[in-house]
Design a protein around this ligand. Structure first.
Ligand SMILES: [Zn+2]
Length: 311
């Protein structure tokens, strides 16, 4: 924008977005991977839930809740993603990226609730001294859940590496934990079969612990973002890139996340006699440099500061 544009300025303008992959082929591949995984896990979780109701296995119930909570997670994240892509408007000039963080809070609550339920059922089982029945069909259901989670983990890892999606690779790691959780239910039932009546309740407790651990990690991430936590290394990388632009002596960079969009503010110190048009050009170069150095960057706000005025 130059001085000639001033007369036609709108009262608000959406910030120009950079590095936005929109509905790219990679994004669609990621959505496909998440959708297929959720479908498979839903089937395995529903099977476990039915068998847990039949044989009163605390381990199977906990694992069923875990798998179904993971499916719910995918669904909530999906809705959050859709809402976050709505364009900026006069009443929402920053867009809707935060919708993703809000859906993250819903995910955290869902996972905590399933951990609590698994805990209550397992403790009750251990106090009652009752144990699981229908062990054969229970072992089959748990084996199906282990297999489903291993398949899902390998699938997400393969797609995640191909499209270089850190989120999908992290999700694959989560699925390995899920497979371990299902294996816990399987071992519990196997141990009951050889006479260790308490093993199913203990398996349920272990699974409740795993689910609580996942819930804690999700809560920490989401709450961190909502209170504007950001990794200092990320901002250091942005600052280093901006400092490399010709005409900039040094910079101060701040940033915050809105969903998966990183919003960066850069104050660049320039010679006091730098013309406004040169400052605009420097701003464009800074935007380009930061976007290249930190791919998660969506918006860069640049302000030029006169070198002498710094305190
Ligand atoms: Zn899980």
């Amino acid at each position: 924008m130059s001085v000639h544009d001033v007369g036609s300025c709108a009262p608000w303008g959406p910030a120009p977005r950079i590095n936005d992959d929109g509905e790219s082929e990679d994004r669609r591949a990621a959505h496909r991977a998440v959708a297929w995984s959720a479908g498979g896990l839903f089937a395995a979780g529903a099977l476990e839930l039915a068998v847990a109701a039949l044989g009163h296995s605390a381990g199977l119930l906990g694992d069923a809740l875990h798998n179904l909570a993971d499916v719910g997670t995918s669904a909530i994240v999906f809705v959050g993603l859709r809402v976050s892509r709505r364009p900026a408007t006069a009443s929402h000039p920053y867009g809707w990226d935060r919708a993703e963080d809000l859906s993250g809070l819903g995910v955290a609550l869902l996972i905590w609730a399933s951990a609590a339920l698994a805990l209550v059922v397992s403790v009750r089982k251990l106090l009652d001294g009752t144990t699981a029945s229908h062990l054969g069909v229970g072992v089959v259901a748990a084996t199906v859940a282990v297999a489903a989670n291993v398949l899902v983990a390998r699938y997400k890892l393969r797609v995640g590496r191909r499209i270089r999606s850190a989120a999908l690779v992290a999700d694959a790691r989560h699925s390995w934990i899920d497979a371990a959780s299902s294996a816990g239910a399987l071992f519990g039932l196997g141990a009951v079969a050889v006479g260790l009546r308490w093993a199913d309740g203990v398996a349920g407790l272990l699974i409740a612990g795993i689910v609580a651990h996942v819930a804690y990690g999700v809560t920490r991430d989401v709450v961190g973002r909502l209170v504007d936590a950001v990794a200092p290394e990320t901002l250091e990388a942005a600052a280093a890139a901006a400092t490399g632009v010709a005409g900039v002596s040094h910079v101060h960079a701040k940033g915050r996340w809105a969903g998966r969009a990183l919003l960066v503010e850069v104050e660049g110190y320039v010679a006091p006699d730098t013309p406004v048009e040169a400052c605009e050009h420097i701003g464009d170069e800074v935007r380009r440099a930061v976007a290249a150095a930190v791919p998660e960057t969506r918006v860069v706000t640049f302000s030029a500061r006169a070198l002498e005025r710094e305190v």
